[in-house]
Design a protein around this ligand. Structure first.
Ligand SMILES: [Zn+2]
Length: 138
């Protein structure tokens, strides 16, 4: 499995994280998944409505619903989401692991001037584990 993203979209994510040094920024990834290759076609920024946005994120549910609806109408998919880590830790946090489910969604994390991609695996009770996936910048 890998993720393709344009250099412009990758830069947008880096800039968004840089512009928000105190709180996590977040949004959705619209695109296509074909034969294990996920291609990001559109970034959909969303408000972070988490109670503690410095250390966690929660995508505005209104944006979430509207984006899923739009994707269905266009024959596209919500292939995942992104969020930033102001503390520069590139790996998913324990908070991330506690709420991740194995639904095939890609987690993009922007931290320390880099973007990494992950897929959660959740077998049985307890927090998920994340597997890194390769990013191809196009
Ligand atoms: Zn996180």
């Amino acid at each position: 499995m890998k993720l393709q993203i344009s250099s412009g979209d990758r830069q947008f994510l880096l800039d968004a994280a840089l512009a928000s040094p105190q709180t996590e920024v977040c949004g959705l990834l619209l695109g296509q998944n074909k034969d294990g290759t996920n291609r990001v076609e559109t970034l959909v920024p969303a408000r972070n409505v988490a109670a503690d946005p410095a250390r966690s994120f929660e995508i505005d549910p209104a944006t979430l619903m509207a984006t899923h609806r739009a994707a269905r109408g266009q024959g596209r998919q919500v292939i995942g989401h992104w969020h930033s880590h102001p503390n520069a830790r590139r790996e998913p946090s324990s908070r991330d692991a506690a709420r991740a489910t194995e639904n095939g969604q890609i987690w993009l994390i922007i931290a320390g001037g880099d973007v990494t991609a992950w897929v959660p695996h959740a077998i049985g009770p307890g927090p998920a584990t994340f597997q890194p996936i390769a990013i191809e910048v196009t």
